[in-house]
Design a protein around this ligand. Structure first.
Ligand SMILES: Nc1ncnc2c1ncn2[C@@H]1O[C@H](COP(=O)(O)OP(=O)(O)OP(=O)(O)O)[C@@H](O)[C@H]1O
Ligand SMILES: [Mg+2]
Length: 498
């Protein structure tokens, strides 16, 4: 059986086949500059007509129409009572009969409901499960580009992995199973086309703790969604491995003696850490629990930095920190909700008409209304995901340059923000402190101290992260390996042992 390693990441995903020594990456996105990894976002859209509204929505509309008819009936009955001539009475009786007929003609009511719904329907009215059932899926760059071109024709799920540990209603759970099954099915078919073999097994990476507020229940839910999705995608054998342990297996290949390694993996959605004994006698076994000294992890990744950078350095030019003419601060909540791209209820409340009205009202009394106008544009045009993505790009550029100008033309043609390394560093202070305390916690739980350090995951490319973590261990030798590939390669190594 061919078994692949799948690093299903918050931001990016990779698929690798290993023979124990060599790693073959699967080309997942030919539209990308980095075709061997793919954006984890998915755009589900409708090229032409939207699907028929769901039964419950039609039924709700039918009830709404019936309430209208009922009110008309009451009025006609009153008129009948008050009528003074037989001719008038006959007229109202006919009307009453007609309305009663309409009230009980279910097929006609349903047709009317569907027509009214279709006239006003937009993608926003469709529940996610309906979109998963009926929409067209576009993955990677193709999906993101289509979202930029026609955002109104579909919905972008920026980081599906971020939702797996969250509170989900039962329909939402099924929606995510269906959505991720489509992604994993896409990976599987790409792997099979490239390898020329049927792929039936997968070792899938998992964070120590999934992003979410539900603790162990959230983790169980996330794993069960991933397992169901992989099964639906046609995988016969599925196993999971903690991401930092996978990264450790990768660097184990370059060790010549036994070492205790501290592995810090900082990705887009989570930070995951482990202390593990590498190069031991068990090194070729599947189960290495004996060698794992401790693991810690939390929902704290690069996306949190992107949001912080917006709040600290971009949102002030959108009115955060400014006041109304009578000296009341513009509510900071607007901005916290604006960036909540991984929290569906909060983001929905930000995109609601009531919120639009509230911001517009605040804008009418603001000292600097032109700033709030930008916030209102993000609200009205649902640009949160785009803004967080711009901030991510800014953060990545600031790894290489001390000063950048970030264009935000999609909010306002003239709008751009200057950002410096120092701005980024300042926005990362609280975040960095939490990463460090997670490392300290991992060390405290372990009976042994590290002999080598390996920092991986996309955020390890940030000079701030590198400097701060290395400063915690000035005497520890640092192992170098690829920031993006180590986890997926480690997963494929584990796949060969399965
Ligand atoms: N050059 C760079 N400088 C700073 N950060 C970067 C750089 N390149 C990528 N990143 C950040 O790394 C993060 C993505 O890392 P990675 O691909 O390891 O995450 P992931 O595996 O998708 O997520 P997770 O493991 O949390 O599920 C993003 O926040 C991205 O902005
Ligand atoms: Mg990762």
């Amino acid at each position: 059986m061919v078994t692949i390693g799948i690093d299903y990441g918050t931001s990016n995903s990779e698929v690798v086949l290993s023979d124990g020594k060599h790693h073959q990456f699967v080309e997942l996105d030919s539209d990308s500059k980095t075709p061997f990894k793919i954006r984890s976002s998915v755009f589900i859209y409708y090229e032409d007509d939207l699907p028929m509204p769901p039964v419950e929505v039609i039924e709700e509309k039918v009830q709404h129409i019936k309430r209208g008819i009922s009110a008309q009936l009451d009025k006609a009955k009153d008129k009948y009572e008050e009528a003074t001539t037989p001719a008038e009475q006959r007229r109202y009786l006919t009307q009453i009969d007609q309305l009663r007929g309409e009230f009980h003609n279910t097929p006609k009511l349903q047709r009317r409901a569907i027509n009214e719904l279709l006239k006003h329907q937009s993608v926003d009215d469709l529940p996610l499960y309906k979109m998963v059932e009926t929409g067209t899926f576009l993955f990677g760059e193709a999906g993101f580009k289509q979202y930029l071109k026609t955002p109104e024709k579909g919905r972008l799920i920026y980081s599906p992995k971020n939702f797996l540990g969250a509170s989900l209603l039962s329909g939402q759970r099924d929606a995510f199973v269906g959505l991720i099954a489509k992604q994993l099915g896409f990976f599987k078919s790409k792997a099979e086309a490239q390898l020329g073999k049927t792929v039936e097994g997968a070792v899938v990476g998992r964070p120590v703790k999934y992003h979410g507020t539900r603790g162990e229940d959230g983790n169980q839910q996330a794993i069960s969604i991933m397992r169901d999705a992989a099964t639906l995608a046609g995988f016969k054998k599925i196993d999971f491995l903690e991401e930092p342990i996978a990264a450790a297996y990768r660097i184990e290949q370059q060790l010549t003696e036994e070492k205790v390694a501290l592995v810090v993996d900082i990705g887009g959605g989570t930070t995951d850490i482990c202390l593990i004994r590498l190069g031991t006698q068990q090194q070729h076994q599947y189960d290495r629990q004996q060698d794992v000294l401790s693991v810690t992890g939390t929902r704290l990744g690069g996306m949190e930095c992107d949001k912080n950078l917006i709040l600290k350095s971009i949102a002030p030019s959108m009115g955060l920190g400014s006041e109304t003419t009578n000296g009341i601060p513009v509510p900071p909540l607007y901005y916290n909700d604006m960036v909540a791209v991984d929290d569906i209820p909060r983001l929905n409340s930000f995109f609601s008409d009531e919120m639009g009205l509230e911001i517009a009202q605040t804008m009418s009394v603001a000292k600097e209304p032109e700033k709030l106008e930008k916030l209102l544009t993000v609200q009205e045009e649902k640009l949160s995901a785009r803004l967080v993505n711009s901030s991510r790009l800014a953060k990545e550029m600031l790894s290489a340059k001390p000063h950048i100008v970030l264009p935000l033309k999609y909010i306002d043609p003239q709008y751009q923000v200057e950002l410096t390394e120092a701005d980024l560093k300042r926005s990362m202070i609280g975040w960095m402190a939490r990463v460090k305390s997670l490392i300290t916690e991992c060390l405290k739980k372990s009976p042994e101290q590290p002999e080598i350090l390996f920092i991986t995951g996309g955020m390890s490319l940030s000079p701030v992260v590198q400097a701060e973590i290395k400063a915690m261990f000035p005497n520890l030798p640092v192992v170098e390996a690829d920031a993006f590939k180590s986890i997926s390669e480690g997963l494929s190594i584990q796949a060969t042992r399965l």
